[in-house]
Design a binder for this molecule. Structure first.
Ligand SMILES: CC(C)(COP(=O)(O)OP(=O)(O)OC[C@H]1O[C@@H](n2cnc3c(N)ncnc32)[C@H](O)[C@@H]1OP(=O)(O)O)[C@@H](O)C(=O)NCCC(=O)NCCS
Length: 386
């Protein structure tokens, strides 16, 4: 049976089989017609990869064409979602075969990075993914937000036509904060998010907010503000629901200013889901991200990456003036040695000492501080699940 297995592009004719595998993997729920409509878009763009046994697709995964902010610059990132293997094929390497096909396709799409939310870390660690950051949810008392002020700031209701504006406003803030981790979704997704009548969107000159009901409370998907007054105005707008909604849940960076402004957390249970990162093209990933201004690094790197052989080799990492490069180099005895997981951790700003203690980095001890400074910055986060 296993001999006939091969990586394929999922086609429209396979969707009934994939839906069945999905149902058996994630349980009931979701609207099949809506799912099918979304699936067709992934198929059209060659972003739905499967494993087939003969003619039947028994495993599948989707690839989102995201961009991700790293050091305040955008890097194309393949977001892997809906990884499923039919139960009778599990535990035999099918998931790994599928993910190798997904990695290959993501490289072909020109994404130097890949990211995902793991239901199990084992499969993804074997393939070179490591934790990159978290999705943080905080909860505030609506009445605290209501009284934040900002009444002089003009706000207007936003809709589908404001999608590009929202991306531009977020970009300005991420560049100046040198953000790590948040996603830029394709424009069509931002449009449908803003036109969804369940979401309430308001825009100011230098910011916007999108929020919705979450049972009896309110939940903020995203709030971007380029100034203190706009920060106050947008949070106060959400808090104006305080007579009905006692609590405002919010997905925010852990370093978001609201954490320094709201008087109470509504409950102490801040919640974090962690996501994983992988470098698919190390030189391109290093060239695309921003680095801490003022940091300077010159160091030999030895990378061993069995699943992405183009990453394997001897490199020279150079960081200066907020930019980095990774160029081919002669082997060096005192190079910093990393596998793909160590490389992902480093890229995401994990301190080298932590990577060393976890067995994910060795060699070149003298440069740790300079490397940590270069890759460091605000804690990596995402606002969205995918
Ligand atoms: C998770 C899933 C995709 C794995 O598929 P699979 O074909 O069993 O994976 P593989 O056989 O290639 O396993 C690869 C490695 O992951 C490990 N692994 C697989 N499922 C695991 C689980 N649930 N818990 C811990 N380890 C797991 C395997 O043991 C193997 O490691 P090993 O070689 O050290 O033994 C499959 O179980 C599935 O579809 N689950 C339901 C949906 C789901 O959780 N999807 C993931 C969403 S992120």
């Amino acid at each position: 049976m296993m001999d006939a297995l091969r990586v394929v592009d999922v086609s429209e004719a396979d969707l009934d089989s994939v839906w069945e595998v999905r149902l058996r993997s994630f349980g009931p729920g979701g609207d099949k017609d809506k799912w099918r409509e979304d699936a067709l878009r992934f198929i059209e763009d060659g972003r739905y990869v499967g494993v087939a046994d003969g003619d039947v697709v028994v495993a599948a995964a989707r690839i989102w064409p995201f961009q991700q902010w790293w050091g305040g610059r955008r890097v194309p990132m393949a977001g892997i979602a809906g990884v499923v293997v039919s139960p009778e094929y599990r535990g035999r390497g099918v998931g790994s075969m599928l993910m190798r096909g997904v990695l290959q396709r993501s490289v072909e799409m020109g994404c130097p990075l890949s990211g995902l939310y793991p239901a199990t870390t084992v499969l993804y660690r074997h393939l070179g993914y490591e934790f990159g950051g978290g999705r943080y949810k905080f909860s505030f008392q609506s009445s605290d937000l209501r009284s934040l002020g900002g009444k002089g700031v003009a706000l207007r209701k936003a809709g589908r036509e404001d999608a590009q504006l929202a991306i531009d406003l977020a970009s300005r803030v991420h560049e100046s904060r040198r953000s790590n981790g948040p996603l830029i979704w394709p424009l069509a997704q931002v449009e449908s998010w803003l036109e969804d009548e369940a979401n309430f969107a308001y825009v100011a000159d230098d910011g916007f907010v999108v929020y919705n009901w979450s049972e009896q409370n309110l939940s903020v998907d995203e709030l971007i503000a380029g100034s203190e007054e706009t920060t106050r105005a947008l949070w106060a707008t959400v808090g104006s629901g305080a007579s009905i909604a006692r609590t405002v849940h919010a997905y925010t960076p852990p370093t978001d200013p609201i954490n320094l402004m709201a008087e109470h957390e509504a409950d102490s249970a801040a919640n974090v889901s962690r996501w994983m990162l992988r470098l698919l093209d190390a030189p391109a990933a290093i060239a695309a991200r921003g680095f801490a201004p003022g940091a300077a690094v010159e160091v030999g790197l030895r990378i061993d990456d069995p699943d992405v052989p183009a990453n394997t080799g001897d490199w020279h990492l150079s960081v200066a003036d907020g930019a980095g490069s990774l160029t081919s180099a002669q082997p060096s005895g005192d190079a910093l040695r990393l596998g793909p997981r160590g490389l992902a951790g480093l890229y995401a700003g994990t301190p080298l000492n932590t990577l060393r203690s976890a067995g994910l980095a060795t060699g070149a001890g003298a440069v740790d501080q300079a490397i940590d400074t270069a890759f460091g910055g605000p804690t990596a986060y995402m606002l969205d699940f995918f």
